[in-house]
Write a protein that binds this ligand. Structure first.
Ligand code: SAM
Length: 223
């Protein structure tokens, strides 16, 4: 909880989250179906937030587990589940470092824009725990803010990113949000994150980087 992110515990931010962030969940479900996701699958969404992905994948798998440290995010998700009448999504208040997976091992673990809340030493622990929760052959689909540039470029790259944010009064993510991310959260370099993931046994099957060097999307597999 200490690194959960101020905004993720703020009811005002959480209430407007879905209006400022489209997680692209249908496209992510389609990608995973192309990689073998089927109706028998067990899927864990770690750092689910308001559960955009968990809700979308639930119709296409046997069991979805939506995990987050923020009780505020989870209250929002529970409201959505009640309104949708969905019964195959389990909501668990936990995080990368203390989620205990029970039942059949996960076929897919999904995590979007959440792992940067964990400092690098703890990312190693998190990756090792995710590796254990997956069945052999299982997939980890990971999106995050991961810096794909050299340290000497940091100032110019991060300033260019922060400059894309709006004012705090405008709809959407603000410059102050991006500055807070850089200052207070734990995004790391792609070449650090990838080394940690491989060290605990993942193979990197896909890695896509945004041209501004700020975002990365991975498909990792437990061999
Ligand atoms: C930017 S939101 C992303 C939510 C969702 N995955 C999405 O793509 O819309 C980041 C989420 O990570 C959660 N989080 C923060 N620290 C975490 C941790 N240690 N373990 C799991 N989730 C965490 C926050 O509470 C928040 O819901």
């Amino acid at each position: 909880m200490a690194t959960a992110g101020r905004e993720n515990l703020d009811p005002v931010h959480v209430a407007r989250y879905d209006t400022i962030e489209d997680a692209g969940a249908p496209g992510e479900v389609a990608l995973l179906q192309n990689l073998g996701l089927d109706q028998n699958a067990v899927v864990v969404d770690l750092g689910t937030g308001t559960g955009q992905f968990a809700l979308a994948v639930a119709a296409h798998c046997a069991r979805a587990v939506a995990v987050d440290v923020s009780p505020v995010m989870l209250a929002e998700l529970r409201g959505k589940l009640d309104r949708a009448g969905m019964d195959n999504v389990e909501v668990v208040q936990a995080g990368f470092l203390d989620y205990e997976h029970h039942g059949a091992p996960a076929d897919v673990i999904y995590s979007r824009y959440a792992l940067h809340h964990v400092p690098d030493f703890w990312k190693g622990v998190a990756f090792a725990r995710l590796h254990t929760a997956l069945r052999p052959g299982g997939l980890l689909r990971l999106w995050d803010v991961v810096y794909n540039f050299e340290p000497a470029e940091a100032e110019s790259r991060l300033e260019a990113w922060c400059a894309t944010g709006g004012s705090v009064d405008a709809e959407g993510w603000s410059r102050a949000d991006y500055e807070e991310h850089v200052r207070d959260e734990h995004s790391t370099y792609t070449w650090v994150l990838e080394a940690i993931a491989q060290r605990v046994g993942f193979t990197i099957e896909q890695a896509e980087y945004s041209t501004d060097g700020i975002f990365a999307q991975y498909v990792l597999r437990r061999p």
